[in-house]
Design a binder for this molecule. Structure first.
Ligand code: NDP
Length: 466
């Protein structure tokens, strides 16, 4: 009998469902089915592959209420944020659809003029694109529609078969995504969910797959890279961050405070690009802190099924200890706690939104990924000090600068090694721009044209007329 995966509601701590886990044999069987089906899928016209994806897009919109309720039940994501995530995926799908042909079409890069060659005819050089084959998509729980969709939509469109391993904390949503894709017309064997925990993910990597596209933590990302290395397959890792923001002395403080509070606490801080460290120039520090605290106090915490709730429970119980440890470490080293700081005395995995000031870089809260509703705010005396502190991290996902002078902000952002740079905004993703990390934040890019071509491999054609 198969092991069972228990799905728990983080807001109520009640058991939602128990699902049979795919063991190694089940994973291998799914792989074989995908391998067998992929050539026929790749042989379809691009239009025939796009048609079911457009139906999937429409179904997302049609079923948003049910899908959002399911996502909220297993992750605790406030339902309004769950709806926003689901309703934003169609925009990403539109981008992929509009650009698929441009990326996939073969193109002639050279044609020798008639009669110029010494041989019997003219030479043409053409580049065509081929799908990778069968890929593994190992996904995180915090934005299953976004981080999954960034991979499986373009991967399917380009002719790959996808073995989709949702996080064990978003497995029901993973199943719902698979059902919707199949209902929309994606063949059963071309997109298959693989159910289980990290062990199932590891079993998936033992199969002779052609690529692995992973979203998750740096710690697991390293294991994925090690497992994939001997296979010499395309390996893409979208990992965590310790994303900094700096408020310059000339910033519009109200805009900065509102934007950064949302950037730090949206989805309970459980975003890869959540603002995790804030540096504020001393000239505007007091004004900023007051406005920031006022915004945080205005966030409604509670039942995630209530449309007015902004902060729900954290999605994973062990994270409560990580948050409590970071707060305790900071306070022991001299930080001031401005509200929050502990688990709430109620059922569900609720942690009070916490702002720490008088922080410094000896504290884990300013060094390690927090991934929850806790933020450190540090006073700085100059742009140079802010840059040095922002650079003090092995991560490199995003960084933000708030201020009125574009050149000053861009000059600061240029000195930081991050995949995304924000001026007067933060925690933002666009389908038109590549999503990538530097250092411990990962390898490769999703979204943009790069996020389509990453599911292809080029072939060089040297064609001489005989
Ligand atoms: P984890 O690294 O814990 O897990 C990610 C996925 O890998 C899950 O599906 C997990 O399964 C699976 N997994 C775990 N161990 C293994 C293994 N040995 N072999 C194969 N698969 C394995 O991350 P979380 O799901 O907790 O996600 C949070 C992390 O993701 C944060 O660090 C966040 O910053 C990052 N993230 C990065 C994004 C980006 O775009 N850069 C976007 C979103 C999140 P299971 O859950 O079942 O254990």
């Amino acid at each position: 009998m198969a092991d069972l995966l228990s799905i728990i509601n983080p807001a109520t701590e009640t058991l939602l469902q128990e699902l049979p886990v795919d063991d190694s044999a089940a994973v291998a069987a799914k792989y074989n089915r995908a391998r067998g089906a992929q050539p026929e899928w790749a042989a379809l016209s691009l239009g025939d592959r796009i048609a079911p994806i457009l139906r999937f897009r429409d179904l997302l919109i049609e079923r948003v209420d049910t899908l959002a309720a399911l996502l909220t039940s297993e992750t605790g994501k406030p339902v309004t944020q769950a709806r926003s995530e689901i309703l934003a995926l169609p925009g990403r799908i539109d981008f992929f659809v509009e650009n698929a042909e441009r990326v996939l079409s073969p193109h002639r890069v050279y044609a020798e003029p008639a009669g110029a060659a010494l041989g019997t005819g003219t030479l043409e050089e053409v580049i065509s694109q081929e799908p990778l084959g069968v890929i593994a998509n190992i996904s995180a729980w915090n934005y299953p529609y976004f981080v999954g969709g960034n991979v499986f939509i373009p991967a399917l469109m380009m002719g790959n078969a996808v073995l989709y391993k949702p996080s064990e904390f978003a497995t029901l949503t993973g199943g719902a995504i698979a059902d919707l894709l199949h209902e929309a017309g994606i063949p059963q064997d071309i997109f298959m969910p693989v159910v289980g925990s990290g062990l199932t993910g590891a079993a998936l990597l033992e199969q002779p797959i052609d690529g692995v596209f992973f979203t998750g933590s740096y710690a697991t990302g390293q294991k994925i890279a090690v497992a994939a290395a001997p296979k010499l397959i395309r390996t893409q890792l979208e990992l965590g961050g310790k994303d900094p923001a700096y408020v310059c002395p000339d910033a519009n403080v109200a805009v900065a405070a509102a934007g950064l509070a949302d950037g730090a606490f949206y989805n309970n801080g459980q975003s890869c690009c959540a603002v995790e460290r804030i540096y504020v120039h001393t000239d505007v520090y007091d004004e900023f802190l007051e406005a920031f605290m006022a915004t945080v106090k205005g966030f409604k915490l509670g039942d995630p099924t209530d449309p007015d709730t902004y902060l729900g429970p954290v999605s994973r119980k062990p994270q409560l200890d990580v948050l409590a440890d970071q707060v305790a470490d900071a306070i022991a080293k001299g930080a001031t706690r401005r509200g929050g700081g502990e688990r709430l005395d109620r059922s569900g995995w609720y942690f009070a939104p916490t702002v720490l000031t008088e922080v410094n870089h000896t504290m884990t809260v300013m060094q390690e990924e927090t991934f929850g509703p806790v933020i450190g705010i540090q006073r700085v005396d100059s742009d140079e000090e802010a840059v040095a502190l922002m650079q003090d991290t092995p991560y490199g996902l995003t960084a933000a600068v708030y201020g009125t002078e574009r050149e000053r902000a861009v000059g600061i952002l240029r000195q930081l090694k991050t995949g995304s740079a924000y001026w007067n905004c933060c925690d933002r993703v666009s389908p038109r721009l590549p999503w990538s990390g530097r250092g411990h934040s990962g390898l490769g890019a999703t979204l943009s044209l790069a996020g389509i071509s990453t599911f292809l491999q080029p072939r060089a054609w040297h064609l001489r007329a005989g």
